[in-house]
Design a binder for this molecule. Structure first.
Ligand code: AMP
Length: 355
């Protein structure tokens, strides 16, 4: 996207004194902890006040806080942050708080390829990318009148599954749909959910080899979503719906998980295909990404979403996961990002992993 700007920004940077900054939320404890382990100084951007709870976690606390009145104000401080040789690690909340358009043009070297934004945030583009890569996505139902089995209705731009609902018939759909909001209808895939955390390095060839660079699997999780994941404590969903109580899909936390080993080749193949396709589409996804999947009883993966940066599902693994342990002890996703920046700085390849 802004390669020229990136080079301009990096020209004045002291590569021996890079600092890692992110917004104090989401996966920031892990990002700061991983950066510190790799010897970086860290800056936490926080609204209004320094968040007190970081004092309770000294190894996850940034070395310095930058307090802003509003996340959008980060734009006003880019010169100051550039003077501090800051590299930004974006996470979901960072992009959400700043706004995707402002994030896209933020004048700070940012880990990953920001060109991915338009492919990730528009569900049609996302489908073009993932299906174009050969992945199977849940079927989309264009006309609600065609609902003849359970579907999930998703509102555009809804965060954390807010407002999503399940319908089994057109009548149910009509009762629940909120007018004036754009939405999509997807087949509700029966199966078990796995959220797969990958790391793609375009500059290192020490893992699962791709055309350029290599791919790692660092961990996987299952999201804990309220109320759907525990609603059965009160009765079946059907019973509750009759009483007007509808399950919701609001993420409250993450649960560690491992997958039967025989499925790992498929996991790598999907990651490989997504990366290879992205290179042709927009110059390539870089670093951390997550495929959100359901595995059916036929052991097929259906991918319902991609997140193109660190996901909060990596947080259970601050001291490593059953997969990252096989790469290096004590390797979190946050630490892996810091390692990539350190390696790129040393080899003069920062332009390959930042945008
Ligand atoms: P999303 O915002 O697309 O990540 O969806 C929020 C949550 O809804 C997911 O974490 C899943 O629990 C659930 N979900 C999304 N799409 C599907 C689907 N097609 N089939 C079954 N569950 C889904």
């Amino acid at each position: 996207m802004n390669k020229i700007n990136l080079n301009d920004m990096l020209t004045n940077y002291d590569k021996n004194d890079l600092r890692i900054a992110t917004v104090c939320s989401h996966s920031s404890l892990q990002i700061f902890n991983g950066a510190k382990k790799e010897g970086f100084k860290t800056i936490g951007i926080s609204v209004g006040e320094k968040k007190k709870f970081y004092d309770a976690f000294p190894r996850g606390k940034p070395d310095e806080f930058m307090i802003v009145d509003n996340y959008k104000d980060i734009l006003k401080y880019t010169d100051e942050l550039q003077e501090k040789n800051v590299i930004v690690i974006p996470h979901g909340s960072f992009v959400e708080y700043l706004g995707a358009d402002k994030f896209a043009t933020l004048k700070l070297p940012t880990f990953g390829n920001r060109n991915v934004l338009s492919w990730e945030s528009d569900r049609n583009q996302e489908r073009k990318w993932l299906e174009g890569a050969g992945l199977t996505m849940p079927k989309e139902i264009k006309d609600p009148k065609d609902i003849d089995k359970p579907v999930i209705v998703k509102y555009h731009g809804a965060k954390g599954g807010k407002g999503f609902f399940i319908a089994k018939t057109y009548d149910e759909f009509k009762k629940r749909i909120k007018r004036g909001k754009s939405y999509i209808i997807q087949e509700f895939v029966m199966g078990t959910r796995y959220y797969l955390h990958y790391f793609y390095s375009p500059i290192q060839n020490n893992a699962y080899k791709l055309t350029k660079g290599s791919l790692q699997l660092l961990s996987m999780d299952r999201r804990d979503e309220t109320t759907i994941d525990e609603v059965q404590r009160l009765g079946s969903i059907a019973e509750l719906e009759e009483l007007g109580i509808h399950p919701t899909f609001v993420v409250t936390g993450n649960i560690p998980i491992v997958m039967r080993e025989s499925l790992l080749p498929k996991v790598f193949k999907m990651g490989e295909d997504v990366v290879e396709k992205s290179i042709g589409l927009f110059g390539g996804i870089i670093g951390t990404f997550c495929l959100e999947t359901v595995i059916t009883e036929n052991l097929e993966f259906k991918v319902f979403e991609i997140s193109a940066r660190i996901v909060a599902g990596t947080n259970p693994y601050i001291s490593g996961s059953p997969y990252s342990e096989l790469i290096q002890p004590d390797l979190s996703t946050g630490r892996r990002i810091a390692q990539e920046i350190k390696y790129a700085a040393k080899k003069n390849l920062l332009g390959e992993i930042l945008s």
